[in-house]
Design a protein around this ligand. Structure first.
Ligand code: OFO
Length: 160
């Protein structure tokens, strides 16, 4: 096995967290469907699919590194599903949390001189820059739109 048992366990935790991210964005998508904001709903649904891809990319890496993938229960997403601004604010906070988790994994890889995992994780480091930036932009737009949230849907479709 190319990776330590500790790294294997932490990657399994992150696979679970990426799936939790997917679950969370799917819950948000459902909330937007309920509000009749179809473009927001589609955008979040696509984001949910991307999070599942992040989980599967890590799944494949653990397999390739000779580790063992362990699939665990996914927590139920929680949030205020009635407010567009609160959902987008939660998205930003979630992506900041994911960034911290990826950075912690990078730190462990460097401590263990595990350069294969360090290299693998760079994709996630770069992805998080984009995800945090997109969530920040979205939150700014939502705050500016105020009650005119429907006008934002066209802009969101361009960001997707
Ligand atoms: Fe997996 O990038 Fe967002 O959370």
């Amino acid at each position: 096995m190319l990776i330590s048992q500790q790294m294997n366990d932490r990657l399994n935790d992150q696979i679970n967290f990426e799936q939790y991210s997917s679950h969370t964005y799917l819950a948000m998508s459902a909330a937007f469907e309920k509000m009749g904001l179809k473009v927001f709903a589609d955008y979040y649904r696509k984001h949910a699919d991307e999070e599942r891809e992040h989980a599967m990319k890590m799944f494949d890496y653990v397999v390739d590194a000779g580790g063992t993938v362990v699939i665990k229960a996914i927590d139920e997403p929680k949030g205020d599903w009635n407010s567009v601004e609160k959902i987008v604010q939660q998205t930003l906070e979630h992506e900041i949390l994911v960034t911290k988790r990826i950075n912690d994994l990078v730190e462990l890889a460097e401590q263990e001189k595990d350069y294969a995992t360090r290299s693998f994780l760079q994709w996630y480091v770069d992805e998080q820059v984009e995800e945090v930036s997109t969530a920040e932009q979205l939150l700014t737009l939502v705050k500016m739109a105020g009650d005119n949230i429907l006008y934002l849907e066209h802009r969101i479709s361009q960001m997707a």
